[in-house]
Design a protein. Structure first.
Length: 394
């Protein structure tokens, strides 16, 4: 039986960061993964360019049942720390909205950087390895049965991620390990995920596929995001939808402001004063794509001149523009979700080193925990930070 100081299950962002950090501390570290390639989720993120972090990352950017849990890891390893690592490896990057940072070339550069750090730290990475059993013995060591032989270690790190994008190999393995050792696992949901239409909605709105407009979307609990809204043939997507999906529950409506940067009441009053005989269709088509206008409003109403509209009709048009209430069918689920909400209850773990309070030597890092960010870079920053925190502890 081969023994290592530390075995990390999961060769993703958190696992590789943890491995390199622990390796630099002189620990004998082995990373295991059942995939053919390390960092598969990194490779497809950000359209293949990886939104590897944001210029500014704060605890408030994360959703967690224990809102103070993320503070320790983020304080220990900031986004600027990761940016400096990227720069040391000569990776060129650029900034987009909200301080999001993307590779100029390819997400492969980030994976190569992490694997290089692991190599420099003396870490072994073994892929295509299935883990069939984990046990902890009286000596305090963990024993692992794998498809490539039996292993033992003093510290075991679970960095297997969530359920998002099963085509990349996502499984509930990490949750099962937590439950095996008596840790509480909170219900999981797809997050940062597009909404889908009901069948009757699909017939009406599918022709709008490809249209994108600025919007402000509000969830039932009052959470609000102002970003682009994208119509797809399956439902609604775009940055505003992905973010609000983290705060949406089945059966709840969402409210969409299609004109977040103007006052429709004032604009209609001005149009009425300047062009009283202009049709409502032509007026609204100055502010929104014509196809969208023609789907949202009845043909008979759109053909009316502005001076023909009664107060009740004008008020309804304004309400529909600023407070369009929709009851969506659901989401696209884990197939396209960027994150998994829920997971290992953070109350079961130390906020300083992510170690189980019940099982000494058992650690969790990354998305397997009940922590997720609003945007891609926030999620990666949590992976980097939590991986470093665990790596400093194992």
């Amino acid at each position: 039986m081969k023994h290592h100081d530390v075995i990390i299950i999961g060769a993703g962002a958190a696992g590789l960061m943890c491995a390199a950090t622990a390796g630099y501390r002189g620990r004998d570290v082995l990373v295991l993964d059942n995939a053919k390639q390390a960092g598969r989720k990194i490779l497809i993120s950000g359209g293949g360019r990886c939104n590897f972090t944001n210029q500014k990352v704060e605890p408030a950017n994360f959703i967690c049942g224990n809102p103070h849990f993320v503070k320790s890891a983020l304080a220990r390893y900031s986004s600027q720390d990761f940016i400096e690592l990227v720069e040391r490896h000569g990776i060129e990057y650029h900034q987009r909205d909200h301080g999001q940072l993307f590779c100029n070339d390819s997400a492969k550069e980030i994976v190569t950087m992490l694997l290089t750090e692991c190599e420099w730290a003396g870490v072994s990475v073994k892929l295509r390895t299935e883990i069939t059993n984990i046990a902890k013995v009286d000596s305090g060591q963990f024993l692992l049965s794998t498809s490539n032989g039996d292993l033992s270690c003093e510290s075991l790190v679970i960095a297997t991620g969530g359920l998002s994008m099963p085509k990349l190999g996502a499984t509930p393995f990490g949750y099962h390990v937590a439950e095996q050792f008596g840790l509480k696992v909170l219900p999981t949901y797809a997050g940062l995920v597009p909404f889908t239409w009901h069948s009757e909605q699909k017939q009406k709105f599918e022709p709008l596929s490809g249209i994108a407009v600025p919007s402000t979307i509000t969830a039932k609990d009052g959470t609000q995001f102002s970003e682009a809204l994208l119509f797809t043939h399956r439902g609604l997507s775009g940055p505003a939808v992905l973010q609000i999906s983290n705060y949406w529950l089945p059966g709840e409506t969402i409210s969409i402001n299609l004109l977040p940067n103007m006052d429709a009441n004032e604009a209609l009053a001005q149009a009425l004063a300047n062009h009283p005989k202009q049709s409502l269709r032509n007026t609204l088509s100055q502010w929104l794509p014509k196809r969208l206008v023609e789907v949202l409003f009845e043909e008979s109403l759109l053909n009316m001149a502005l001076n023909q509209l009664v107060h009740a009709q004008r008020d309804q048009v304004i309400a529909d523009l600023h407070d369009w209430e929709l009851l969506m069918n659901g989401t696209e689920g884990y197939r396209t979700a960027e994150v998994t909400l829920g997971g290992v209850d953070t109350n079961e773990l130390s906020s300083k080193d992510m170690q189980s309070k019940k099982v000494p030597g058992l650690f969790f890092a990354g998305e397997v925990m009940d922590v997720s960010g609003w945007l891609g870079g926030f999620n990666f920053q949590w992976a980097w930070a939590s991986g470093v925190a665990v790596g400093q502890a194992v």
